[in-house]
Design a protein around this ligand. Structure first.
Ligand code: MG
Length: 259
């Protein structure tokens, strides 16, 4: 199921289930609380009040305390860069202040001359995970993340904090999806309707499960935290006014404009 958080024209905020263009309102304040009651919700949501997607403003689906990102996690991307396959995941963080919603603007900072997009499958942590509960089944759902990057600053600084952390550098959403298999999803990006990246999550070097095991052995993952699982080949630059869309099969389209 696809969960969406949104604001109506009279400025009220709701969580709902999205099916095509129809949103079925739910009586929950957070998507994660709703997902925890999914079995009950399935029984009644079709009778609920309906909104139309075209009439609402989509909000960020979760409020992460951190976004843990993985560098170089696609076989085909490593081949493109002639880089060796890493033996363990390369991690970095984006701050929660970089998060924006579907249809909000990515601000092109004055400090960079090379602004790139990166299409990524996002994992949404539904309940706390740490190395003390070393289980094999994790409570996660899925979203889309654009890991926006100031490529010239990444190269110049040698480490990635500045290049990955500007305000608006982490578009997420538009929905959180449950009940999908993350190991076989088409993942694409388009700039002004031209396809740039077109791959499949099956080419990941470290699977979502392996990433969660690895990351939670280092830091506690809190409810609502996000993991950006890396990007496939074909990353490219963005210019002022560009429309960037990240498409992940069974989740949707995350669309933003560069200002
Ligand atoms: Mg990335």
């Amino acid at each position: 199921m696809k969960y969406i958080k949104y604001q109506t024209k009279d400025n009220k905020v709701f969580v709902g289930i999205l099916e095509d263009e129809t949103i079925y309102r739910l009586n929950y304040e957070s998507i994660i609380d709703a997902i925890k009651d999914e079995e009950d919700i399935k029984k009644y949501y079709l009778n609920n009040f309906k909104d139309c997607l075209d009439d609402v403003k989509v909000l960020t689906p979760v409020d992460p305390s951190k976004i843990v990102c993985v560098g170089l996690n696609y076989n085909d991307h490593a081949n493109e860069l002639s880089m060796n396959i890493p033996s363990e995941p390369l991690l970095f963080l984006k701050p929660s202040t970089s998060v924006i919603a579907h249809e909000e603007n990515i601000i092109y900072p004055k400090d960079t001359k090379k602004l790139d997009f990166e299409a990524e499958l996002g994992l949404v942590v539904l309940s706390e995970i740490n190395n003390k509960n070393n289980e094999d089944v994790f409570d996660i759902a899925y979203t889309i993340i654009n890991d926006v990057t100031a490529r010239d600053l990444q190269e110049k600084d040698g480490q990635w904090t500045r290049s990955k952390s500007f305000d608006t550098f982490c578009p997420i959403g538009p929905v959180v999806a449950t009940g999908i298999n993350p190991s076989n999803l088409r993942i694409c990006s388009k700039v002004n309707n031209e396809i740039k990246q077109d791959s499949n999550t099956g080419y990941m070097i470290f699977s979502p499960k392996e990433l969660i095991h690895y990351i939670s052995s280092i830091m506690t993952l809190k409810e609502g935290d996000l993991i950006a699982t890396g990007t496939p080949p074909g990353i490219d630059h963005l210019e002022h006014g560009d429309k960037i869309e990240i498409i992940v099969e069974k989740i949707g389209i995350l669309r933003n404009i560069v200002k």
